[in-house]
Design a protein around this ligand. Sequence first.
Ligand code: ACO
Length: 310
Amino acid sequence: MNAGILGVGKYVPSHILTNEDLEKRMDTSDEWIRTMTGIEERRIAADDMDTSHMAYHAAVDAIENSGVSPEEIGLILVATVTPDRPFPSVSTMLQEQLGAKNAAAMDVSAACAGFMYGLVTAKQFVESSSYDYVLVVGVEKLSKITDWDDRNTAVLFGDGAGAAVVGRVSEGRGILSFELGADGSGGKHLYQDEKLIMNGREVFKFAVRQMGQSAMNVIEKAGLDKEDVDYLIPHQANIRIMEASRERLGLPIEKMSKTIHKYGNTSAASIPISLVDDLAEGKVKDDDVIVFVGFGGGLTWGAICMRWGK
Ligand code: ACO
């Protein structure tokens, strides 16, 4: 019996911050940002739209989409590095707002790999029959920890939320394999010290190496070849990093999810937001083999190979 995704949802703030807007605020250019990162614009949440509010909107969408009622959810996992406050957790706020009164709740801290960590944790609880349904949310309000005076990082990030309801799916579908990993010795390359601080070069090198390797590992663990992969959904951090993992799998360009131009890097939210858009555009279909792969501060990484469908 496999765990899989029964429904998904997303929320992005309505306010769009374009590269041209950033040109007016700092010494940068639309051309540099597009060429070096693939980003054209990003969404920024209003002051009164906190992480838990974005999580709530995405979760409501995912729950409706899955046909499950809030009372049936056994566990809520929220992947975020930008909670409203250190505690109570975003997941407990969500539990109350959703009326998911039978759910346990905890936040997961694995930066941009957080949604992968959340999905894999959900899989364990569903496949052990501990819970029938687990709600997993990836959500970030990165704008509140962005150093708007640092052009090296300010141009990269955006706000948003994506969610999935995980439950049992039919034979042969769902999560086929996974890999999670961490290398704490790389923590110094990407961390928050009031504001976000990053050594872009080091993170870039790590991401190119790890994304491709983890994607290959989960394909092999699923007993498949890279030719069997129908679609790749990488963490949307930088188009050049994403391209490197696509090339490692030998996939044509149309078989890789790309939403970075619209939303920038939304950390834990980027993979589920992309999945929602890809489903809406018919890019992901029943029985497709999909590889998800993410990496982030910690350093952390995670990949999943899944056969799509309920
Ligand atoms: N506009 C114009 N020029 C810029 C900007 C900018 N916004 N930012 C940097 N530059 C300049 C630099 O000052 C430098 O100029 P110099 O050569 O005169 O010194 C030049 O561009 C090159 O800068 P580098 O930092 O060396 O460029 P690099 O090729 O490394 O690209 C980037 C920078 C895009 C940040 C890249 O390193 C990257 O994407 N790294 C990975 C980032 C990432 O994925 N982070 C994940 C975070 S996820 C999480 O956990 C929150």
